[in-house]
Ligand binder design. Sequence first.
Ligand code: P53
Length: 482
Amino acid sequence: ETTKSGLRKDFLWGGAVAANQLEGAWNVDGKGVSVSDIMTAGAYQKPREITDGIIAGKNYPNHEAIDFYHQYKGDIKLFAEMGFKCFRTSIAWTRIFPNGDEDEPNEAGLKFYDDLFDECLKYGIEPVITLSHFEMPYHLVEEYGGWRSRKVIDFFVKFATVCFKRYKNKVKYWMTFNEINNQTTFTNDFSIATDSGLIFRDNESEDEREALMYQASHYEVVASALAVKIGHKINPDFEIGNMVNFTPVYPASSDPRDILLAEKAMQRRYWWADVQALGEYPVGMEAYFKNHDLRPDITAEDRVVLREGTVDYVGFSYYNSMTVKYSDDNPEFKFVGDRETVKNPNLKYNDWGWPVDPIGLRYSMNWLTEHYHKPVMIVENGFGAYDKVEADGSIHDDYRVDYLRAHIQQMITAVNEDGVDLLGYTPWGCIDLVSAGTGQMSKRYGFIYVDKDDEGNGTLERSKKDSFYWYQKVIRTNGSQL
Ligand code: P53
């Protein structure tokens, strides 16, 4: 059943976060160290440093984050006041299995999420849960080389199984790996460390790095498929999705070479979703492996698992599009992501160089629907910006409202005009939190402001921005008043 705006009556309006970016309490109640815990604060064009363990004196912003671990009750109350129907967060793997390879889970960690989900359910807020969001146990990185190792499949499956069993009556919507495809850009140390726990050795060549990325990715899609299969056995009502960062790739011009490069880029960026939604590798990827002498360890048994563990819906984040241009240095139409992209003159850019492209959201929803024939869920979307607190404490974030309004308009058009089956919309960072990419607090997405700066100073006090009241109205009218 739909309403005036055309959205489902039970449309899941909400907001999204990830455990490592807001909980803090990094070493409390038995929690282990995750890959996010060894990343320092960076800034725009200043990458976060990935340190060899935790080094005294460095600024690790995720260690305290916004202390959601201790303040979640007040925060969820604010989400309920906005009218959230759902809340997307993740379960920090290191709270449940601090090292990742233990036999028994950590009860204190399990209890924390029981309490958190109960608090959501008290307000009728449905938890939407990501199992792995940039939070792999650091011990698995040190001991096994992250997802280089097939053994990590078993550790992940164990973690997933424990979570599914424990929360089977509290959580219905799940996702396996957050933005599993960021590692397309394996040349970026952050992307590959957060996705796969791969920290390359200096003597590993670029070709070797690429091969390792495909190997790690294969183990992840197998682990994801196994989790889907097991989850459905534990509770057949579970809706288990995948999650890709969807950044449509546009050709810079009508030059056929630009168009072909854009198509190859789409193939390189989204094959994970093909495997997870359709159950097999696309032919273009099989050819790429063969022609570039990349030979991931893919067994016949793996292929059966992939076929049997397809997802129920396709979850994706959408922030922007990217544009590529062919160059004669690249006659093979290779795509890694940080060399082929150019600025799109039709779009405006934010302070971190991200273009703003609302029509790209409609395009993305069409593309995903046409390729996968499944319901989709927009599990991240939003505008990172510096906010100014006025003398009276108010925050006039009309730029954020403008961004979200324009995207919601396109989202509703895609549902009404294009027939996209959309389950929900959870804008990113509904409360200010630590930026994944830069480690900054000052790159803010929230409807709720948190008093904390990039050096870690502040009272952590929460306050409502103008966008809080705007989003409250959007939810109340199910998108008909924007
Ligand atoms: P930030 C870019 C870089 C790193 C993570 O990003 C990203 C992206 C966006 O595609 O992915 C998601 O904080 C991610 C979140 C993250 C959000 O985008 O760099 O799922 O964890 O915070 C926004 O501005």
